[in-house]
Design a protein around this ligand. Structure first.
Ligand code: BES
Ligand code: MN
Ligand code: ZN
Length: 486
């Protein structure tokens, strides 16, 4: 999809439909000039009560050769006093997905009124582009495929606007890239496929290294390898580096369990099919590195995906087993279903060798995350309040909201083992925070933040600009965060 900006009259923009955003109760005045050419059509649609400007309300009108766009689409922004970036995203999602559903190839948007309302039009475009995503790979019927090719923004561009738009397009395609990886079922999204996907990104300033089982053994990653033992699929410990700036790298770790059955501590079969999304953290890290390279962000990144399946078998690890992590710490495996923290422990051990400025891990780590916060917020824990504040602010801006949970010293008691240095489960009580605390024990002094996306990485219901399935949550948050990081 091509997003372009043109400084022309709205009436002269050849397109299938021209979107005109309006607030609740507003008259046609903001579009006076075009309405005159339309002989008062907009005024009529409003005065008839057909279009009231309510949030996400839309009204499509044919222009029968009075102006160049074939149609106009009035798009409701809701109450002026309540207008914010997220509502504008919703409105854009609603309008653009509607036009996408009509199979239009070429649409346009007037920026003038949003400008007058002192609102950035970028969220409107963002919501619009994100709303067009579909996961079609496994469908024979492609009829309802979106054909949108061009999105013309009409207005006077400021210099920074071109840069913002190209970042926005790169961000949306990164989100969709992550969504594709996550939605792909585990038979086609194995650790090997993830590694191949990463290999496809390695060019220019992005380099790749993949540790095979043997290499991981040599590194002493027994916590990670214990998870892989039950599966026939070879594990792949994937390391991507992006060299875009100076100084110590920022480490991004993404949980990459391509299927989590729970292992010997097997999960109930109901809903188990969803555990293909247990690699969402890894997909987010790949997508962020991809977009960071595209945008040439002036930072150094090291992305790590400890990829494996978690399956039961005769060779699987068992409750009670004790394994030694790369850092030397021994772990008693209470539940083989608490596998995420095992693979992350070794990923943390690995990135610490690079002396990163800070570590951010992204993981679908606990069921308790959605028990606590539902599907509305990422649970964050960490050891550096400055880093966490910045992540929270970055998340707020893109509406990938982050809520901090405590890591009280007392939680250590929950995961003390009688026989090893630590155990991988403290049971149900506080399991969101004890998972975080477990990771903290491996991080040591490096500034670190943990993002549990178990509640937000997947949605069962369509949202205004995110359809059912993988949400790609974390990509926009981290890219927005990195954009502010020098
Ligand atoms: N991948 C799951 C967490 C999860 C559950 C993510 C539901 C998304 C939706 C994780 O590996 C897991 O099984 N965690 C256990 C930990 C427990 C055994 C301490 C959990 O939360 O139940
Ligand atoms: Mn699990
Ligand atoms: Zn898991």
């Amino acid at each position: 999809m091509n997003v372009i900006i043109k400084d022309i009259r709205e009436a002269d923009c050849i397109s299938d439909a021209l979107i005109l955003p309006l607030c609740e109760g507003e008259s046609a005045a903001p579009y006076e000039e075009i309405d005159a050419l339309l002989k008062g059509l907009i005024r009529r649609v409003i005065s008839s009560g057909e279009f009231q400007g309510k949030l996400n309300q839309i009204s499509l009108v044919h222009t029968v050769n009075m102006i160049k766009p074939d149609r106009i689409l009035l798009s409701g922004l809701g109450k002026k006093e309540e207008l914010n970036a997220e509502k504008i995203r919703h409105s854009g999602g609603k309008a653009v997905s509607y036009l996408g559903g009509l199979r239009f190839r070429d649409i346009s948007l007037s920026l003038s009124h949003l400008n007058a309302l002192r609102q950035s039009p970028l969220p409107f475009v963002e919501g619009g582009l994100l709303s067009l995503y579909k996961f079609k790979k496994y469908r024979q019927d492609k009829e309802d495929a979106v054909r949108m090719e061009r999105f013309t923004l009409i207005g006077k561009p400021r210099k920074s606007f071109f840069n913002s738009i190209s970042r926005l397009v790169a961000t949306v395609s990164a989100v969709n890239f992550a969504r594709d990886l996550i939605n792909t079922p585990a038979n086609d999204m194995t650790p090997t496929v993830l590694a191949k996907t990463a290999r496809g990104m390695a060019r220019g300033k992005v380099s790749l290294k993949v540790l095979e089982r043997k290499d991981a053994e040599r590194e002493g990653m027994d916590a990670y390898l214990s998870v892989a033992r039950g599966s026939m699929e070879p594990p792949k410990f994937i390391i991507l580096k992006y060299h875009g700036g100076k100084g110590a790298p920022i480490a991004l770790i993404g949980k990459s369990i391509t299927f989590d059955s729970g292992g010997i501590s097997i999960k109930p079969s109901e809903g188990m099919e969803k555990m293909k999304y247990d690699m969402a953290g890894g997909a987010v890290v790949l997508a962020v590195i991809k977009a960071a390279a595209e945008m040439r962000l002036p930072v150094n990144l090291i992305g790590v995906l400890p990829a494996t399946e978690n399956l039961p078998s005769g060779s699987a690890s068992k409750p009670g087993d004790i394994v030694r992590s790369m850092t030397g710490k021994t772990v008693e495996i209470i539940s083989t279903d608490a596998e995420g923290r095992l693979v992350l422990a070794d990923a943390i051990g690995y990135v610490k060798k690079f002396k990163p400025r800070f570590i951010i891990d992204v993981a679908t780590l606990t069921g308790a995350c959605s028990v606590a916060l539902g599907n509305e917020a990422i649970a964050m824990m960490g050891n550096d309040s400055g880093l966490m504040e910045r992540l929270k602010a970055a998340g707020e801006e893109v509406y990938e909201r982050v809520w901090q949970m405590p890591l009280y010293d007392e939680y250590l008691d929950y995961i003390k083992s009688d026989v090893a240095d630590i155990k991988n489960s403290g049971g149900k009580t506080g399991s969101l925070v004890t998972a975080g605390y477990f990771l903290k024990e491996f991080v040591g002094d490096t500034p670190w933040a943990h993002l549990d996306i178990a509640g937000t990485a997947w949605t069962e219901k369509d949202k205004p600009y995110i359809i059912k399935g993988a949400t790609g949550v974390g990509v926009r948050l981290l890219l927005n965060f990195l954009k502010e990081t020098r």
